[in-house]
Every structure is written in structure tokens, then in C-alpha cells.
Design a protein around this ligand. Structure first.
Ligand SMILES: Nc1nc2c(c(=O)[nH]1)N[C@@H](CNc1ccc(C(=O)N[C@@H](CCC(=O)N[C@@H](CCC(=O)N[C@@H](CCC(=O)O)C(=O)O)C(=O)O)C(=O)O)cc1)CN2
Ligand SMILES: [Zn+2]
Length: 762
């Protein structure tokens, strides 16, 4: 029974990779220093996994920015516009594709970025053209394989399977289907495999997560062709095909009929599938049981898992079963041992990536070597959690249980509210605003770190934050914004900040998880019933409003997003936890209104991401999610304008649900995709107001006045001008000040130009 790992966090246990990348980008360190940091992380990870007893240790799970972009480079899928950078070191071309490039007279937009399935990880979307060609560049994967081999480890290279790689991409021209590129891509995969086999590879892991999604017969056919071809060319190769994030369901036959050696199943997301898959598994086929949750941080209950392992063994025999995490461990933090502040009682309930690998070994020991003490120890923890007095608060549960329909509805319809709001707010056509945060400078982070360490007092810290808030308010007024924000300088992260103020959460010091590129998050851990202890944002919003006559937006994170970006307790339905958060946010919204705040934004950046991958589960999720948002937003008078914000939202398929949220204004991501999304809003006759992002804030590139004007004109073609707002795609916390100032100045100018045009027409 092999112990199989699908992927290990690559950022380093103390975010070494983040620091090294950012330092290289800012010109402070050399490329060779960056490469060295990467190498060190990889070698540490491999050695660690070997020490922990993992048999199938992954390689090529490392990436300097994103593993999908690595594949695009590996296959020469480089958009034409980056050709002009051919003279640069490959690393710089790579980072240019990820981040855009605005130097030395060049001005290249970054490639699109989107969510990796239902996670908070973002990948760079491959861009395919009709006549797309592929050319192998296997340097990275081969050199990583060799690196590990030098350490005496024959790794299992991890690659995205050809079908999933194509499906992850986007057709940049009309009139072709990306799957039709398979004929040209497959030979290049075969060349790649040949190279790996030549180096001594035994196992290769092909990730085909789409097999766990709703796919059509063409896709199943493509999978068949791919793996038959590979099998034919490499009869001795051990192909492990990994699926994750959901169950195979109607794709079971398609999967088990593939000529592969091993199939990995996510038995955390879909434990039911085992029953159906087991009898269909062909002879000599190994099953990798994904039993350790790669998407959460709770200790595995061995008593629940071991019978599953035994069942698989009974049908297949020990040698045809593997133990594994449910998916790659990049979605969990590295090491619980680095936590010093989580109370001993709660720490006892948790497992981070490293501990999850230990769990695999322990389960193996219990099953194979009857090492019962591992089980006994595990059961004691599980029981301590179940009986802990920290978790349950009856009054919270009661409040959530007693929802009335009036709790879910604003007092009047949108059209009625719009009239009173227009009257009170008196905003011009195309009102300008931003999404909330302004640059979180190193200075601000350093001061917060000092405050957290107790080196400065709360008074000193608050004075410092107030000063920055005041500066940004003055600056927005000077620039001519219509609706202002306070900048969110007091927040470490839009979810962690609220978690810290609510009960039922704990926090790690080092529990970082990669979100995109060098950006990481430290998801709070929800262990118990959630309650608002005191007002969370009112003082900051009141202070910011006191500095200006213009409306100051109150800024909150919504229940869906707080849930989605936390590690959520697994002892009650997620929807119950979401409703508890919804009530806490509602109380805050009402308090903001009482404090004189006229516009309140409730960010639901993660609404789309939380959407189940399988169609059949979507309606139930959406019902709960929309209810939760409505509970949080409906406590106010008609006069109070509720905004919501979503980023990276491919929500063509859920536009009706977005309308049901009934936010007075929604701001959304659209700039990287050139307003493509708006057609969905137009087709649906979306009734409420919309701010389509015209400035892509995920890139340091400064957009010109003209290009934002063009985007606004495009928006006007499909949506009524009186419903349009002008704003960036998302918050500005990750940006630097100079580019932010320039870009926003251009944005305001673009809004003015469009206003003039419209008045000329009128
Ligand atoms: N949770 C979440 N998910 C999200 C987003 C988001 O904003 N939050 N946005 C979307 C895009 N994803 C993003 C993810 C992370 C960041 C981001 O900026 N992360 C920061 C960390 C934010 C943070 O927690 N900051 C803390 C800790 C900062 C820190 O690194 N402190 C230093 C100490 C500082 C010093 O002494 O100088 C350290 O610990 O080493 C703070 O400000 O207090 C980063 O990677 O740099 C942005 C967008 C989608 N998903
Ligand atoms: Zn956003």
C-alpha cells in the first residue's frame, strides 16, 4: 500500500518564496538568488516527505508563480504579444505574462487570471488561437526531476493532463473548439513523457480534475484518445490519473476504462463514489484513496477512514490501494508546529500539510502493522473536540433558526429605493468610486506588526492609521471622486480582520496559503458558533465620514466570502455557519446606518468561487448564499444604498441569482476580459446599478485614459448609462502608490470624458 502525495505547498513554511519573488521584482536581488530560494524550498520539501514516509513524492508541483502558467511555457503557449520580450531571460518573460510588463517602452497586458475550480487559488488562463502550435520546453520539469534524483529521490512528476490543460484555457479567436487542438498537443505531451522516462521516471501523475465535473461525451472521448495514445507509446509507464474536488459520478465508466495504472479519487468531497467505483475497477488497477482533507485543517477521524481503507483492501488487495490526501496540499498551510499562539485545546484538533502526511503514515501503520496506539491517540483528540465547551452557543443557534421573510427583504423594491437614493445622494452620471482598499504599504504592515508584538500602543497604532486614512480621504477629494472610501488601512485582510473581531474564530501566525503569485492568505479557522462581540467598523467609518462632505462608503465583507475564505468547522452544515455570519454582518450594517453612513458595501468576492462544481448541487448552495447575503443587507432603510463587489466572477450562468441579491449597486471584474461579462447582464436585463471595473488592479500596469474610455463606451452599448458606475476591478491593497495615483487620475479623466460625450448627445 503506497503512501501517495499529490502536491506540497511551495511557498515555504515562512513564505520564503513570496519574499524572494517580490525582492527580485523590485530589483533588490538577482535572478540567481531567486532561483536558489526556489531550489532550497523544493529540496526541503522532498526530504521532509521522505522522512515522513511518503512513497510517491511529487515533483513539478513547485512553481515560481503558477503551475498552469508553467505548463503554458512548457508547451510554448505564449501569446503573440510577448514575442517582443524574446531577448529577456526566460524568467522575466514568464513574470511578464503573469504580471504584465510596462518597462523600457513596452506596454504589455498581463494574461487573464481566474480561480482554480472552487478554491481561492488563481491560475493564469492559457490563451489559445485557432492555429495554435505547441513546442516542448521541458527544462523546468526535467531539472526538478534531476534535482530530486540527486537527493536519491525518484519523484512522481505532476503534470496537468492534456484534456484538463486545454479545458482550463480560453479560445482567443472565434470559430474553433480548444479540444480540437489535442491533435497537435498530444504529440508534444508524448515528447515530454519520453524525456521524463529517459531520466528514469517510473510514475507520472496526470491531473485531470475535469473528470470530476460535468463533462460531455467529446471530452470523455478526448480522454480516451489521450490515454490510449500514451499507453501505446509508453507501455511500461505507470500512469496515475488524479481527480479531485468532486466525485466521478456519471464519469465512472469513462475513468475506469482508461488504460492507466492508478486512479485517484477525492473521498473527502465525495465518499459515496467508492461504493460504485470499487466493483468496476479493472484488474491490475490501483486505487488512490484521497481520504485526508486537502482543503481543510481538521484532524482526520481515523475511526471513520480506516473502515474505508479496509473495504478497498478487501476488494483489491493491499498492493492495489494507495493512501493519499484528497487533493494537492497547496490549499493548506505548511506546518502546525510553527504555531505558538493557538491554544493547546484547539491546536489538538488541527492538522496542516505536514501533519496530514503524518496522518497518512499513521493510518498505514494502523491498517498494515496494527499500531493501535496511533488510533487511540487520534480518537482521544477527536473526542476532546466533540465534547469541548468552546464550540456551542445556544442563543446564536436560536437566532439563526428563527428567520422571518421580512428579515430577507428590503422594505421597498429596487426602483423605489433608487428614486430616494438618487435624491439623497445626488450623484452625477457615471459616479466614480473605488472598491475599498488603498495600497497596504510596507510601512503600514510594519507598524501593524509592531502593534501586534506590543511594541507600540493601541493609541499610537490608531493615530497612525487615522493619519493614513485622512491622507487618502483628502487625496480622493482632490482627485474628484464622487463616493469615497476610507482605504482599509486598519485591516490585515478583508476576511481575517472580521474573523478577529467575531467570536468562534482562531488564527494562525504562519498558516499561509498561496492565493496567486506571491500573494498569500492566512484563512481564519472557524471552530465554533459565531457572534459579533462589538461593532467592528463603525468607529473607522465614522471617523472617515467626519473628514468629508462626500458620501463615505462603509466597507464590510459578506457572509459567503467570510465563510469561503476561512477554514470552516466540519461538525455542522456550512450553510448554518454562513447564516451565523450573516446575522453578525447584518448587525454591523444596521449600526453603520445609525452612525450616518449612507452607502454600505458588502463584499461578496467569493460568491462564484463557492459555487459547487457540479450542476446538481448548485441550486441549494445559491439559495443559502443569496439568503445569507439578503439577511446581511436587509436591515436598513430604503435611503441606505447597499453595494456589493465581486472579482474574477465568471457568472454568466448565475446572473439571475446575482440579481436576486438585490444589491443597489454591484461592482465587478471586467477589464481583463474587455467587458465580455456585461453581455450577460444586458441579456438578462439586469435591473440594478453596475460598476464594471475599468482598471485591472491585479497588474502594476497603468491603463490609459483612452482604453478606460473605450471600456466605458462598450459598457454603455449594452447597459443604460444612468445605471453605470466607474471604478477599478477590485481593491488597491496590492498596488504601489505611484501607479495607483496615475491609474485613478486616468480613470477619473475617462469618466469625465464619457460624461461630456453623453451630455453632448442629450
Ligand atoms: N482572504 C482573501 N482572499 C482573497 C483576496 C483577499 O483580499 N483576501 N483577494 C483576492 C485576491 N487574492 C489576494 C490574496 C492575498 C492578498 C494579499 O495582499 N496578501 C498579503 C497578506 C495580507 C496580510 O495578511 N497582511 C498582514 C500580514 C502582513 C505581513 O506579511 N507581515 C509581515 C511583517 C511586516 C513587517 O514587519 O514589515 C510578516 O508577517 O512577515 C498585515 O497586513 O498585517 C500578501 O500576500 O502580502 C491580496 C489578494 C481573492 N482572494
Ligand atoms: Zn475584489
Amino acid at each position: 500500500m503506497l503512501k501517495n502525495n499529490l502536491g506540497f505547498p511551495r511557498i515555504g513554511s515562512h513564505r520564503q518564496l513570496k519574499k524572494a519573488c517580490e525582492s527580485y521584482w523590485s530589483g533588490k536581488t538577482s535572478l540567481s538568488e531567486l532561483i536558489e530560494v526556489g531550489k532550497k524550498i523544493r529540496i526541503e520539501n522532498w526530504k521532509l516527505q521522505r522522512e515522513l514516509g511518503i512513497d510517491l513524492i511529487p515533483s513539478n508541483d513547485f512553481s515560481f508563480y503558477d503551475h498552469v502558467l508553467d505548463h503554458s511555457l512548457m508547451f510554448g503557449v505564449i501569446p503573440q504579444r510577448f514575442e517582443v520580450l524574446k531577448h529577456l531571460p526566460e524568467a522575466d518573460q514568464y513574470f511578464a505574462m503573469a504580471r504584465g510588463y510596462q518597462q523600457n517602452g513596452f506596454d504589455l497586458k498581463a494574461m487573464e487570471m481566474t480561480k482554480w475550480f472552487d478554491t481561492n487559488y488563481h491560475y493564469i488562463v492559457p490563451e489559445f488561437t485557432r492555429f495554435q502550435t505547441f513546442k516542448l520546453n521541458a527544462d523546468k520539469i526535467i531539472s526538478e526531476f534531476r534535482e530530486a534524483k540527486n537527493e536519491g529521490i525518484i519523484t512522481k512528476s505532476v503534470i496537468i493532463g492534456p484534456v484538463s490543460y486545454l479545458l482550463l484555457g480560453k479560445e482567443k479567436e472565434e470559430g474553433f473548439d480548444k479540444l480540437s487542438l489535442l491533435d497537435r498537443l498530444l504529440p508534444v505531451y508524448c515528447d515530454l513523457i519520453a524525456r521524463l522516462v529517459n531520466e528514469g521516471a517510473e510514475w507520472i501523475q496526470f491531473d485531470e480534475p475535469f473528470l470530476a465535473l460535468d463533462i460531455n461525451y467529446q471530452t470523455k472521448d478526448a480522454l480516451r484518445v489521450v490515454y490510449q495514445t500514451i499507453r501505446k507509446e509508453f507501455p511500461a509507464l505507470k500512469i496515475l490519473l488524479a481527480t479531485y474536488f468532486d466525485g466521478l459520478q456519471d464519469n465512472i465508466l469513462a475513468a475506469v476504462n482508461l488504460p492507466i495504472c492508478a486512479l485517484h479519487l477525492d473521498l473527502v468531497r465525495c465518499p459515496e463514489q467508492l461504493e460504485e467505483v470499487l466493483p468496476k475497477i479493472p484488474e491490475d488497477f490501483t486505487l488512490s484513496l484521497g481520504l485526508i482533507d486537502g482543503r481543510n485543517i481538521w484532524k482526520t477521524d481515523y475511526q471513520k477512514v480506516i473502515p474505508i481503507v479496509e473495504k478497498a483492501i478487501k476488494t483489491l488487495g493491499t498492493h492495489r490501494v494507495m493512501l493519499a490526501p484528497s487533493c494537492s496540499l497547496i490549499h493548506t498551510p505548511c506546518n502546525l508546529e510553527n504555531e505558538t499562539k493557538i491554544s493547546a485545546e484547539i491546536k489538538d484538533w488541527l492538522a496542516f500539510a505536514q501533519q496530514k502526511l503524518i496522518e497518512i503514515t499513521e493510518i498505514y501503520e494502523v491498517v498494515v502493522n496494527q499500531k493501535i496506539e496511533c488510533l487511540t491517540k487520534n480518537q482521544a483528540s477527536i473526542q476532546r473536540r466533540q465534547t469541548s465547551t468552546l464550540i456551542h452557543k445556544p442563543h446564536v443557534k436560536t437566532r439563526v433558526a428563527e428567520v422571518k421573510s421580512s428579515d430577507l427583504n428590503r422594505k421597498s423594491s429596487f426602483l423605489e429605493r433608487q428614486i430616494v437614493q438618487k435624491d439623497i445622494l445626488n450623484l452625477p452620471l457615471f459616479p466614480t468610486t473605488t472598491i475599498g482598499s488603498f495600497p497596504q504599504t510596507d510601512e503600514i504592515r510594519a507598524i501593524r506588526a509592531k502593534f501586534k508584538k506590543g511594541e507600540i500602543s493601541v493609541v499610537q497604532y490608531n493615530e497612525f492609521i487615522k493619519l493614513h486614512t485622512q491622507k487618502v480621504v483628502v487625496w480622493q477629494e482632490e482627485l474628484g471622486f464622487d463616493v469615497l472610501v476610507h482605504g482599509e488601512f486598519e485591516r490585515n485582510d478583508m476576511v481575517e480582520y472580521f474573523g478577529e473581531l467575531l467570536s468562534g474564530f482562531v488564527f494562525s501566525e504562519n498558516g499561509w496559503v498561496q492565493s496567486y503569485g506571491s500573494r498569500c492568505v492566512k484563512p481564519p479557522i472557524i471552530f465554533g458558533d459565531i457572534e459579533r462581540k462589538t461593532a467592528m467598523t463603525v468607529e473607522w467609518s465614522k471617523y472617515a465620514q467626519s473628514l468629508t462632505q462626500k458620501p463615505m462608503k462603509g466597507m464590510l465583507t459578506g457572509p459567503i466570502t467570510i465563510l469561503q475564505w476561512s477554514f470552516v468547522r466540519d461538525d455542522q452544515p456550512r450553510s448554518s455557519t454562513m447564516m451565523q455570519i450573516a446575522w453578525a454582518i447584518r448587525d454591523e450594517v444596521v449600526d453603520l446606518e445609525k452612525a450616518g453612513i449612507k452607502i454600505i458595501q458588502i463584499d461578496e468576492a467569493a460568491l462564484r468561487e463557492g459555487l459547487p462544481l457540479r450542476q446538481t448541487k448548485r441550486a441549494a448552495y445559491l439559495k443559502n448564499a443569496i439568503d445569507a447575503f439578503r439577511i446581511s443587507a436587509s436591515g436598513v432603510q430604503d435611503e441606505t444604498q447597499i453595494h456589493t463587489h465581486m472579482c474574477y466572477s465568471e457568472f454568466n450562468d448565475i446572473i439571475e441569482n446575482i440579481a436576486e441579491m438585490d444589491a443597489d449597486v454591484i461592482t465587478i471584474e471586467t477589464s481583463r476580459s474587455q467587458m465580455e461579462l456585461l453581455e450577460a447582464f444586458a441579456k438578462f436585463n439586469y435591473p440594478n446599478e453596475i460598476g464594471p471595473g475599468v482598471y485591472d488592479i491585479h497588474s502594476p500596469r497603468v491603463p490609459s485614459v483612452e482604453e478606460m474610455e473605450v471600456l466605458l463606451l462598450k459598457a454603455m452599448e449594452v447597459l443604460p448609462a444612468q445605471n453605470l458606475w466607474v471604478n477599478p476591478d477590485c481593491g488597491l491593497k496590492t498596488r504601489k502608490w505611484p501607479e495607483t495615483q496615475q491609474a485613478l487620475r486616468n480613470m477619473i479623466e475617462a469618466a469625465h470624458r464619457v460624461r461630456e460625450r453623453v451630455t453632448e448627445f442629450a
